[in-house]
Structures are given as structure tokens and as C-alpha cells.
Design a protein around this ligand. Structure first.
Ligand code: LHQ
Length: 258
């Protein structure tokens, strides 16, 4: 079985991290395959949302630590530049919404890849661990960028230094995740979010993402100018026309992602 399973269901690309016996830890093959599958989903015009989840008990335990030692060990020089940094760049630059459905424990790079997605939801049994400090590493995969922005500097600093495991409910209270769903309904509830997004004005959501990508780097004046530019693009889409027309005709809009 492949370490990444990818299928398109309706207008959603479902990408599943699939090394359950290793808690879906990343080896090189899996990291490169995830890049391929994200690129495919980005290029497929039928795909209007991406759903990222894991098989079994874990979402992802980060780097497969067994791959770091022995004759065929992957060098530290490759792990960020060829594995995780390209994945984080893809997730932020793909102009389609990406939902991380965190089904179980998310540790190390696995946690931070989830946290850079557009909407993060968690199973009530899931947890998040900035595991890096426990093995003498620093948080990577965009963690030092996204976590302080999500939960504030102090809590991010403490979690990254102590490596404490944060349960899903606590993660939600901190603002690390958007919602927590009970195990029994987690799959259906999280899929519903991706499916809803896939039927919304896709280009508009892409422009929203583009504006949010800049939100913490620009001043107000720069952000107002960016909003002006992107709003003009949004207003030139067919879906904008459909949205306004449907509202005035008192009917549900039928968005096509154009
Ligand atoms: C694993 C792993 C794993 C292999 C669980 N590898 N097998 C960047 C730069 C350079 C180099 C390194 O990496 C990075 C990026 C990173 O991601 S660094 C951080 C790497 N990840 C970790 O340090 C997390 C290590 N894992 C854990 O702390 C725990 O396993 C967690 C908290 C994920 C889950 O704990 P438990 O629920 O108690 O499960 P467990 O520890 O019993 O693990 C279950 C199995 O999964 C077990 O296998 P076994 O054959 O004994 O049942 C683990 O060995 C395996 N596994 N994580 N990263």
C-alpha cells in the first residue's frame, strides 16, 4: 500500500498519510509523494478543496526517526530543504482551501504541517506535540512562524521548549484548531467542512488565502491596497455574479469555481 493515498471524491481531493504502523511518520518517499499529490490536486481543475488526514490512530508523528541513523540515513541538509519546506510552501501557495483533519496524535513536523493548513479540525482523541525539543532539535515546518501567530508568543514558546502534549480540547481553547469533533462523528463532521468549501466560490477563497498569507507581514495601508487588488479580481469572477444574482432572486447560489 502506498504511503500516501489520494483520491478525488466529488470536488474534494482526499489525501491520506498512510504508514499507520509508524504513526504515519514521514520517510523520504512519503514526503516526496505528498508533494506530488498536493501538486496534482492543485493542478486538477475539478478539485476545489483538499482534505488532509491520516490512517489509523495517528495523524502524523513527524519525521521517521529510524531514517536518521544507519547506512542509508537521510542527511539533515535534505530533510528541510527537500521534504518539509516544499510541503509547507505548497500548502500556503495552493489557491484552494486545505482542511487538516487531525484524526489522532500530531507530533513534530506532523503537527506543524497540520497547523499551516487553512482550517484545522481535530478528533476529540487527537493531540498536538512540539516533540522537537525532546530530541535536541528546533521546531520546523513553519512551526516557529505559525504557532505564535495562532496561540500567542508565550504559549508557543512554552509548548516548543517543554514539548508538552496538548489535548484537542485544550488546543481548540488556545486557538490552535478551529473545531473539535467527537470520535463517532469526526469523519463526517470534518468531511462536511471540506465538502462545503468545495461548493463555495473557489477563486474568491483563493484570494482570501492570498490576503491572509500577507496579513502578519504588512502594515494596514499595504493590506488595504492588497485587499483592493484582490477584491477587483474576486468581483470579476462568474461566482461573484452568481452570488449576487442568487441573493436578489432569493434562491441558493450554484457556484462553479470560476
Ligand atoms: C515512530 C515515530 C517516529 C518512527 C512514533 N518515527 N516511529 C526535522 C529535521 C531533522 C531531522 C528530524 O526531523 C525533523 C522533523 C521532525 O518531525 S522532528 C520530530 C520527530 N518526531 C518525534 O520526535 C515524535 C516521536 N514520537 C513520539 O513522541 C510518540 O511516539 C508520539 C507522541 C507521536 C505518540 O506516542 P504514543 O501514543 O505513546 O505512541 P508510541 O510512542 O508507542 O508510538 C507508536 C508506534 O509508532 C511505535 O512503534 P512500535 O513498533 O513500538 O509500536 C513508535 O516507535 C512509532 N513511532 N513516532 N517519529
Amino acid at each position: 500500500m502506498s504511503s500516501i493515498v489520494s483520491e478525488v471524491i466529488g470536488n474534494v481531493a482526499r489525501i491520506t498519510l498512510n504508514r499507520p504502523e509508524k504513526f504515519n511518520a514521514f520517510n523520504r518517499e512519503m514526503a516526496l509523494l505528498l508533494q506530488d499529490k498536493l501538486a496534482e490536486a492543485a493542478a486538477d481543475t475539478n478539485v476545489r478543496a483538499i482534505f488532509l488526514t491520516g490512517t489509523g490512530k495517528a495523524f502524523c508523528a513527524g519525521q521517521d526517526l529510524a531514517e536518521l541513523t544507519g547506512e542509508n540515513a537521510i542527511g539533515i541538509d535534505k530533510i528541510l530543504s527537500e521534504h518539509y519546506n516544499p510541503i509547507v510552501r505548497q500548502i500556503r501557495s495552493i489557491s484552494k482551501p486545505i482542511v487538516a483533519a487531525v484524526n489522532g496524535v500530531a507530533a513534530g513536523a506532523g503537527a506543524n504541517i497540520a497547523l499551516c493548513c487553512d482550517i484545522v479540525v481535530a478528533n476529540s482523541s487527537a493531540s498536538f506535540v512540539q516533540a522537537f525539543s525532546k530530541i535536541g532539535l528546533i521546531p520546523d515546518s513553519g512551526g516557529t512562524y505559525f504557532l505564535p501567530r495562532l496561540i500567542g508568543f508565550q504559549k508557543a514558546s512554552a509548548l516548543m521548549m517543554l514539548g508538552d502534549k496538548v489535548a484537542a480540547e485544550a488546543a481548540e481553547k488556545m486557538g490552535m484548531v478551529y473545531a473539535v469533533f467527537p470520535t463517532e462523528t469526526f469523519e463526517a463532521d470534518s468531511w462536511k467542512i471540506a465538502n462545503t468549501l468545495a461548493n463555495m466560490p473557489t477563486l474568491g477563497l483563493g484570494f482570501t488565502k492570498e490576503a491572509l498569507n500577507k496579513s502578519f507581514e504588512m502594515n494596514l495601508e499595504q493590506q488595504l491596497i492588497l485587499e483592493d487588488t484582490l477584491q477587483r479580481k474576486a468581483a470579476a469572477t462568474e461566482d461573484y455574479n452568481e452570488g449576487v444574482t442568487a441573493f436578489l432572486e432569493k434562491r441558493n447560489p450554484l457556484f462553479k469555481g470560476k
